[in-house]
Design a protein around this ligand. Structure first.
Ligand SMILES: [Zn+2]
Ligand SMILES: [Zn+2]
Length: 224
């Protein structure tokens, strides 16, 4: 920790996303109640927690990515950590969210050639002032001992938080592009903070596969 970080911690310590206690991004008590998804009991295709054998979330839908993992559900304290991190620019939550996702992706060790963060749109980047997904992807890449690819995907469309499910899928066709001179690895793991319908990941996977990727898998910290 540098001098500036030490001073920041003294003046304004990081607070638990669950109970607000100063000192840790998630205290041990709140960590025990975090709504994590067991990868062994979740749908391989969309990452939803499974109730029975069949997944009701993704039945009848096709994705350009082959598999998905979500570390947890978008419920407190995880949802609060995500909000503090991306909307209140509390960047000290990056290590908590990154570590949670890195741990969830551990079962894919040896599979990806690279980890790639979903790039923010220009509007989102200007609004937040930082690339919130990039830091999370860094933890996943280092956890899996693979490089993090930058500049592999470029966002060309604006975000679609206001759109419904069908409109989201229609809107993501062409939402991402792969630069002409990019070297596209065969197996790519794409990372984002939240998976809602899977439409954004689908758009990214479609662009990567069109550019030559053999298989794309996706991972999100939380599932809405
Ligand atoms: Zn707590
Ligand atoms: Zn599913």
């Amino acid at each position: 920790m540098g001098v500036l970080e030490v001073l920041t911690e003294i003046i304004s310590p990081v607070r638990c996303a669950g109970c607000g206690l100063p000192g840790l991004a998630l205290c041990p008590a709140c960590s025990a109640t975090a709504p994590l998804i067991d990868p062994q009991r979740s749908c391989q295709r969309c990452g939803a927690p499974l109730q029975g054998r069949e997944c009701s979330e993704c039945a009848g839908r096709t994705f350009a990515f082959s598999r998905a993992i979500c570390a947890g559900r978008l419920e407190p304290p995880l949802s609060r950590a995500v909000t503090f991190y991306k909307d209140a620019a509390e960047r000290r939550y990056a290590s908590l969210l990154g570590a949670l996702l890195a741990e969830a992706c551990e079962c894919w060790r040896g599979w990806p050639d690279v980890v790639c963060a979903l790039p923010p749109t220009r509007t989102a980047l200007l609004r937040r002032g930082f690339d919130h997904t990039d830091a999370i992807a860094r933890f996943v890449a280092s956890g899996l001992d693979v490089p993090q690819a930058s500049l592999l995907l470029v966002a060309v469309r604006d975000d679609q938080r206001q759109l419904g499910r069908d409109a989201r899928f229609a809107n993501v066709a062409g939402a991402f592009t792969v630069p002409q001179d990019a070297v596209v690895p065969r197996h790519i793991l794409v990372v984002d903070d939240v998976l809602t319908t899977g439409a954004t990941f689908d758009g990214a996977a479609r662009a990567l596969r069109a550019a030559g990727a053999v298989e794309v898998r996706v991972a999100a910290v939380a599932r809405a």
